[in-house]
Design a protein. Structure first.
Length: 255
């Protein structure tokens, strides 16, 4: 049964990837090309410029005034609406702002980004249940419709589930907005906290908090995985449960 449940988890991740693939086909080639050019230019520019040390970056962020955290928050939200890995922003939040402000910025930005992605997908009119020719898309729609916020919460706790993929799949499904937002906030908090604390450690602030948060995050991620496995195991058993034998008619009474 464990192997069957694990295969269900793998199938879910594959379905989410298919949902993102369907969504990505709607993006124009020119936009993709400009995105690639911009990323390449940033990489080339970063290779030419001298990079400051983590401590220098923390000092610069503190000396920049209150506008810088707000600017970082906006940049984080805008950048992670598209399929850009948010780990870099989360790590930078801990490096630049420390654990408390860093966690607040990263969690708020990630939740806002997930909400914007969901609303944009729905505003564009994408619906998973309209893509009938994609069987895997129907599977995502069915699972999100059946479990709603619980599916979002448990999947957010699993680091292997791509952030943007789940945003797009949820946006194209029938999951309600408010439960999605609450489940996203709660599900992102443990993992985001761990990465922010790691970023703070890069600036030389290593403490026992890093190990404690890492242990808690690992436990919660494992809990999310167990919830998914148990759900798919129960669903698998119900799907393969034999139908009850039809009741045989009672023999006619002999007078």
């Amino acid at each position: 049964m464990t192997g069957s449940a694990t295969s269900k988890i793998t199938e879910t991740l594959r379905d989410l990837g298919c949902a993102v693939g369907v969504t990505a086909r709607s993006v124009s080639r020119s936009r993709i090309a400009w995105t690639v050019v911009g990323i390449t230019a940033l990489v080339v520019l970063a290779s030419w410029l001298p990079l400051p040390s983590p401590v220098q970056m923390r000092d610069w962020a503190q000396a920049s005034g209150p506008w810088f955290p707000l600017a970082f928050l906006v940049a984080h939200i805008v950048a992670t609406v598209v399929p850009v890995p948010r780990t870099a922003f989360t790590l930078a939040a801990g490096l630049l702002f420390g654990p408390l402000l860093g966690v607040a910025i990263a969690v708020v930005a990630s939740t806002a980004s997930a909400m914007i992605a969901l609303l944009l997908v729905r505003a564009a009119g994408w619906r998973l249940n309209r893509l009938a020719r994609y069987r895997s898309i129907e599977t995502v729609e069915e699972r999100l419709r059946q479990r709603g916020w619980l599916a979002i919460l448990s999947l957010r706790l699993i680091p292997a589930v791509p952030f943007s993929a789940l945003n797009y799949a949820a946006g194209a499904s029938s999951v309600r907005v408010l439960p999605y937002a609450v489940a996203t906030l709660a599900g992102l908090l443990p993992g985001t906290t761990a990465v922010v604390v790691l970023g703070d450690a890069l600036a030389g602030h290593i403490s026992a908090l890093l190990y404690l948060v890492s242990a808690i995050t690992s436990a919660l991620g494992l809990a999310g995985l167990i919830v998914e496995i148990r759900h798919f195991r129960r669903h698998h058993r119900r799907a393969h449960r034999p139908l009850d034998d039809e009741a045989s008619p009672e023999p006619a009474a002999i007078s």
